[in-house]
Design a protein. Structure first.
Lengths: 288, 280, 417
């Protein structure tokens, strides 16, 4: 560690100014909103933690949203990591087809979530969509997908994986190519086989990438709402009612900034806790 | 580098093809539908025929329509400009901050780090109103600056660079200091070249973040000359109808530029880091 | 010398006065090639006013309006208003009162129900731009194929819902007996939206909201309302004549247009938008009603409002009068196909509107149309009800769902009192 305080501040200042101005200040205002209630005529009054206590004690949809959000996150995050890591491992070679497949997997990332949601609503149409056509071809019964309480959330998970895996694959590719080939050569000389190389060398060496992907993906998925807003509107029967969707409708439909901000503050705490746990887990495994 | 065709290669190819099926099929259908004359949505989805993915009459009319009648090209250019500018400034600013946080001990360091972490855990939707008021207040509303600046400061990017720089041995820097190099020279000539993977990551992250932004451009600018690509794509969904053909062609056309950018970048950043002198 | 200075001053002032006024307009994201001709024409006729129009995709429209207006500035100067949101915007002082700019004679140009929607607390605040109506479209080929006589396309032959269900049962056909009909009896264009479903309740005589606009308990929980809601739920769950999960009107139209549904309860814009299905032969029957009840049809659509803090009031009013005026609305109809809110446009385009389908809609707009209720809390009222209808169509118990909804809605509406 170096002690040149002047230099340190000069280097950190541009980012700090930008973050303070365009992120911290609005976030502060948003927290401020969560302890206020704005009446319709614009009168603001300080209400302490009433917005929060209402959510915890009297709001019927809040706890359902928490349940749905946790269920979604615990499933989607590992799934995305496994899929993107696998794709990166498979596409790390210099084979002729890697460029093509990398492109194919990456393409959905450049389509906004709103449009991806529209595409999936059509492809997974309960009666005439592409997916059901394939099932019919294979002799399987058609599925209601977004129309089923049991399947709708899984469809959103599928949608998220489809849209995001290619993006995280790029990070894993960068991480993989950062591992010098000499390490593998040494391992082969030592007689390590493919699996041992994968689990004892590659994965530990990718820990930094994994921790980054995990933390940012966790935050990203806790804040997910676009497919819910476009396709399911929280249904069927609340089975896809993610917390961020609740916050979004509170803010932009109900003009209830207090409730909206209270929910996002709660989400922030959840994300911080999860991130902290994730960082601790991945750091423990890090050996070089 | 030509590798021999081994069983392992065939297996890999098979797995890839299967996984690709999941990824490719919706995309292929969207692509095929965009190349068909605008008509019924489900006509070729159900039942499934070879025509589903290979249109009988291929036409570029949908693409012509969005580029000529709906000025899609302008949206792409706007997004390219905004994304590339944000990347340039973002990499600069984030790497400098990451350097400071990783290598210097100074008062306020921990606090700044917490600030950095928290900023990417808060959803944009919860800060959009105060952010808009602020941007308007400093006179940036309806400008490219309004689109670029808020995206330059990036908590994740700073976090990434910090992690990366922490692994650079201090001896390297001390040696340079003994040679009386300025901190800026050390940053520019020693550290930056070393962190290509981090730069690559931040480039991808920042570029995609800007390329995908939909709500902020709508709020922060109001003149049509600033229209960005996701707005142009989403505009095909209207209150009383959706132009499926235009929506699909716009989605495809709007997703190609990032793909091209990254295919191009792969050459420069992801490969060829063997001469970095760090890990031997 | 003095004269020179005076001339200079006059020139200076003249230049100042002819500098263009800039109007910021926030508009719905209709296609550029449809909207710009109107904008260009206005600018050509009003060289002192420059229009900076922003076309916002529908999925982001209301949120963007909220952000812009909540931040309290003078822009946008003019913005598009979804009719029923008028009360919400007006209550929050986001709409300029317009009575001094529109004479009663001018206001007569629009449908009475549109004017009513555009009025809040006795003040005229949003100018009608479009309106709507709905009816029962039916696929002639399917009716013929299965030997069912066509429904009457005349007002006098308006069917009851019971008769409609009868037809729907006959025309829900599962050809390969896999449990999924290839042809559905009826599909509902906006499957869970109060807009299209209120007429069922109102046909039975139920009221959908308290007269003061702040309470739903006792109204959406009344026996009549619940009865209509149960009927609606049975379409999907008991008689199974309607497909569940069609949550986009464009998709419902695809179903009907490609022969996957024998009937569609849908809006007037389908007359224009069904034309892309070249093989479709369809007819239009009047919106059904309940036996023993009254015929009720939905109505209402877009309005235009002015920001009270605008710095360009005269220009804004000129622009609004132009866009909602007979000429521009005629052109807009030809470009876009949404029903005009002005009767004089219908009279001026006999070629378009003299056909029986439009005549049917016009009759409904003038006689059976009931506008959506007036309440500042319309957005949340509508959203919660929509979620409730959605749950009912997926099989939830109507009575319980509506009682839960009433509790949630009333809690929200209390904030607006």
């Amino acid at each position: 560690m170096f002690k040149s305080r002047g230099a340190a501040w000069l280097f950190v200042l541009p980012a700090l100014i930008l973050l303070l101005l365009f992120k911290v200040w609005p976030i502060g205002v948003s927290f401020f909103e969560s302890v206020m209630q704005t009446s319709f005529s614009g009168r603001r009054s300080f209400v302490g933690f009433e917005n929060y206590s209402y959510l915890f004690k009297h709001d019927p949809t809040f706890w359902n949203s928490v349940k749905v959000t946790f269920f979604y996150s615990i499933l989607v995050n590992p799934l995305i990591i496994i899929v993107s890591l696998t794709m990166a491992l498979l596409l790390n070679g210099g084979h002729a087809f890697t460029k093509f497949f990398r492109t194919v997997f990456f393409l959905p990332t450049a389509i906004s979530f709103s449009v991806v949601a529209v595409i999936f609503a059509v492809v997974l149409d309960p009666y005439y969509g592409l997916a059901n056509s394939f099932l019919k071809l294979l002799g399987l019964p058609g599925q209601p997908f977004f129309g089923s309480q049991d399947q709708a959330l899984w469809c959103i998970i599928w949608l998220s994986v489809w849209r995001s895996a290619g993006y995280w694959m790029m990070y894993y590719l960068a991480g993989l190519q950062n591992i010098p080939k000499t390490i593998y050569e040494a391992a082969e000389i030592d007689g390590a086989n493919g699996f041992q190389r994968l689990f004892k060398l590659t994965l530990p060496l990718l820990t930094r990438t994994t921790s980054f992907v995990l933390v940012s993906n966790t935050a990203f998925n806790f804040l997910m709402f676009a497919p819910v807003y476009i396709i399911t509107r929280g249904g069927p029967r609340g089975s896809t009612n993610l917390l961020m969707y609740e916050s979004y409708t509170s803010a932009f439909v109900n003009s209830d900034m207090g409730r909206a901000s209270a929910i996002t503050s709660i989400l922030l705490v959840i994300i911080l806790v999860f991130s902290f746990i994730e960082l601790k887990i991945t750091k423990a495994k890090f050996e070089y | 580098m030509k590798k021999p065709v081994t069983i392992k290669n065939i297996l890999i190819f098979a797995i890839l093809t299967l996984t690709s099926a999941f990824f490719l099929i919706p995309l292929a259908w969207v692509l095929a539908s965009s190349l068909r004359p605008a008509g019924s949505l489900y006509e070729y989805a159900n039942p499934l025929t070879w025509k589903t993915f290979f249109p009988a009459n291929i036409t570029l009319e949908n693409y012509r329509k969005i580029f000529v009648d709906l000025l899609f090209g302008r949206a792409i250019l706007n997004s390219l400009f905004v994304s590339i500018s944000t990347v340039f400034f973002g990499v600069l600013v984030s790497s400098m901050a990451g350097f400071a946080l990783a290598k210097f001990r100074f008062r306020g360091r921990q606090l700044i780090f917490v600030i950095v972490l928290v900023t990417f855990m808060v959803p944009f939707e919860s800060i959009v109103i105060p952010l808009y008021v602020l941007v308007r207040g400093i006179g940036l509303e309806n400008s490219y600056a309004a689109l670029i600046l808020p995206g330059v400061g990036n908590g994740l990017g700073i976090f990434l660079f910090k992690q990366f720089f922490e692994e650079v041995p201090n001896e390297l820097l001390e040696a340079a200091r003994m040679d009386r190099a300025s901190w800026f020279r050390i940053y520019a000539q020693i550290l930056l070249p070393l962190c290509m993977p981090a730069i690559a990551t931040v480039v991808v992250m920042t570029f995609m973040f800007q390329w995908n932004s939909l709500f902020w451009p709508l709020v922060a600018t109001h003149s049509s000359r600033f229209e960005v690509v996701q707005v142009a794509v989403a505009a095909n969904r209207m209150s009383e109808d959706t132009s499926w053909a235009n929506l699909f062609s716009a989605a495809i056309a709007g997703s190609l530029p990032p793909v091209v950018v990254f295919l191009f970048l792969q050459k420069y950043f992801i490969q060829g880091i063997s001469g970095t002198g760090l890990k031997t | 010398m003095k004269r020179f200075i005076v001339v200079l001053l006059v020139l200076f002032l003249a230049v100042g006065m002819t500098t263009a006024q800039n109007l910021e307009v926030l508009w719905m994201g209709w296609p550029k090639d449809q909207v710009m001709p109107l904008i260009n024409e206005f600018q050509a006729k009003n060289p002192g006013i420059k229009i900076d129009i922003q076309l916002i995709p529908f999925g982001q429209l209301f949120q963007t309006i909220e952000v812009r207006l909540a931040s309290g500035g003078g822009t946008p100067d003019v913005y598009i208003v979804d009719g029923p949101n008028t009360a919400s915007y007006a209550a929050r002082k986001y709409l300029l009162p317009l009575d001094e700019y529109f004479s009663p004679a001018e206001k007569n140009a629009w449908f009475k129900s549109s004017i009513k929607t555009g009025t809040y607390n006795g003040q005229f605040v949003s100018v009608p731009y479009g309106t709507s109506s709905a009816g029962l479209f039916f696929n002639k080929a399917i009716f013929e194929k299965y030997g069912v006589p066509f429904p009457s396309e005349k007002i006098s032959g308006r069917m009851t819902w019971e008769e409609v269900v009868d037809l729907a049962k006959k025309l829900t056909i599962d050809i390969d007996k896999d449990g999924k009909p290839e042809i559905w009896g009826i599909c509902i264009e906006q499957i869970d939206r109060p807009y299209l479903l209120f007429p069922l309740m109102q046909s039975l005589g139920a009221e959908v909201l308290s007269p003061d606009g702040f309470e739903t308990k006792g109204y959406i929980t009344s026996d009549k309302f619940v009865r209509a809601a149960s009927f609606y739920g049975k379409l999907f769950n008991e008689w199974k004549v309607s497909p569940q999960g069609i949550n986009d009107s464009a998709i419902a139209r695809e179903y009907f247009g490609t022969g996957k549904a024998a009937m569609m309860l849908g809006n007037e814009w389908n007359i224009a938008r069904l034309s892309k299905f070249t093989n479709l032969q369809y007819g239009l029957a009047p919106f059904p009603y309940f036996a023993g009840g009254v015929p009720v049809t939905p109505t209402g659509s877009w309005h235009v409002g002015i920001n009270p803090k605008t710095a360009n009031k005269e220009a804004a009013i000129a622009f609004v009068k132009y866009m909602t005026g007979k000429d521009a609305v005629m052109k807009w109809y030809k470009l876009n196909g949404i029903a005009p809110a002005r009767p004089d446009v219908y009279a001026a385009l006999p070629a378009d509107f003299s056909n029986p389908m439009w005549q049917l809609f016009l009759h409904e707009m003038n006689n059976t149309a009931v506008a959506r209720p007036d309440t500042p809390g319309y957005s949340q009222y509508e959203l919660i009800l929509r979620e409730t209808f959605n749950a009912i169509h997926y099989g939830a118990d109507p009575k319980k769902s509506l009682e839960d909804a009433a509790a949630r809605i009333d809690r929200e509406l209390k904030r607006f009192k």
